[in-house]
Design a protein around this ligand. Sequence first.
Ligand code: TPP
Length: 626
Amino acid sequence: MGKLLDLINDPGDLKKINQSLLPQLAQEIRETIIETVSKTGGHLASSLGVVELTIALHYVLDTPQDKIIWDVGHQCYAHKLLTGRKDRFSTLRQHEGISGFPSTSESIYDVFDTGHSGTSISAALGMACARDLKKLNYKVAAVIGDGSMTSGIAFEALNNAGHLKKDLIVILNDNEMFISPKVGALASYLTRIFSNPAYTKFREEFDGFLKSIPKVGNKVHNIAKRFDENMRAIFAPGMIFEEMGFDYIGPTYGHDLNNLIKILQNITYMKGPVLFHIITKKGKGYAPAENFPVSYHGVDKFDIATGKVIKIAGERPSYTKIFSSTITQLGKKYNNLVAITAAMPDGTGLQDFANTYPDRFFDVGIAEQHAVTMAAGMCKQGLKPVVAIYSTFLQRAFDQIIHDVCIQNLPVIFAIDRSGIVGQDGKTHQGIFDISYLRLIPNLVIMSPKDENELRHMLKTAIEYNEHPVCIRYPRAEVLGVNMDEELKILPIGKSEVLKEGKDMAIFGFGFTVRIAEETATVLKEKHNISATVINTRFVKPLDTDLLKKLARDIPCFITIEENVLSGGFGSAIIEFLEQENMLSQVKIIRIGLPDKFIEHGHPEILRDKYNININSIVSRIIKKE
Ligand SMILES: Cc1ncc(C[n+]2csc(CCOP(=O)(O)OP(=O)(O)O)c2C)c(N)n1
């Protein structure tokens, strides 16, 4: 027999398939996802966990008129396969291929762009409000994981939705995992609900009752609801969602297609906001992902038979790894050093610190805003907090950085990983705005290391420095493989390092781009006999103003290279300074950086080539003096 998936070009085709065959379709979808991700890398475990849910939703709802919003969106692979993208699925996350996240520019079935946790309920509620005001008639469903439900914005949306009473379906996909094992009181609460045997038995019976109800309108549902409310009062403690104004259905096993379809069909007849709580297995159907969901949350290319990630020979460790070993080492000497992560102990490299100093490690859930303000509180009372958050997710905490840390000038340390181009995760994940959004904040010190050795010195410097909050920005990249100093040094704040002297131009790199600056200078010398001074800028704030003034007097042309948008970036900082000193007219400035647009997904080297952050294009721009 041919494949069922071959018959499906859109959800209309899915509806033509006999319900009894849907488990086979689920199997085919799983195989396709595993096969593809083994070649492209991607978010495997989360996508495998929602295959049945995805089929059931498209089977029951009438998409794209009805709207499904995937929270984070990393679990959307089955959705992509069912909505016209199976032929391009092999291009997943590749440059000019399909995105690894829902993308409204890619398909009418992707109704909202997502990538950051917790936005789905707000967006869904907004669509429900628009529907009602425009007197239209469609259903809106938000699919949100138990991890993303810990985001502040998700609570804000639940609170508002319970009050507005719009028809809205929220599906809580509870796999008891975030990227790492679940944390927080809400997660424990959800576990209590479904691990209470009396309640579980009651729920099974109630689910059976609910799915046996024919589609006859509200009357039976009202009876069912009253019955449910009474029983719930006996069996379920708290009922947080009911108290917030939702009808709560569940917990239901999320891999039984018939059950899911029947319950979803009935939910579509319910009025007001409904929260459908399903229990799924992260990585479902692929043993390595089921057994090691953390490693298979986001995975590189792997061998399907063994589950082993295919390592590139000679690969060096990442900057994250160096940050990890250094903070763990420094934790020994500084016993007021504490580390905070927003649900990413592995991604940020804090897991070793957590294992070594469990009392001084805090995983706050997907709650970047809270992480920053909590760090401010800790700092105020004499601790030295390091908040490790990826550049893109720190955007969430912009106000907390200003209002809670910088106004009070608290010496919190921000370890900002994955700054610059991150690659395959694309526009929602690029770390290309942080120089701009941080540089404008008074009191903040912003530094970036030229290599892994300097990263270690910067961490030590930041810990010893108590005058201002400090940001250390480093890339998602393997390290350069330089020699490591035995002794960690304290670097002078606001001082750059001149790596090479030349008279024709000054090339400034910041962090990752210092290497590019050095290599550009070498090519300029060898091929064009241009001699360049090369500067490891180290600090974008405060700038090394003495050095800048001296260079502006002696050298006619400055080149700045950054992996950040040009608007508000580090080249702009230099222009602003020279303008303030009335020196701008003395220097020709060429800024290399990213344009005023969102940068798509693709391998970082492809993106660097496309956006001209590579040696050849920089050299040719310099020669043309553009
Ligand atoms: C604001 C924000 N912080 C961090 C992340 C990184 N992140 C991606 S998925 C994820 C865990 C999500 O857990 P859950 O919602 O339970 O989904 P699951 O992967 O378990 O299906 C995290 C922390 C993010 N996408 N957005």
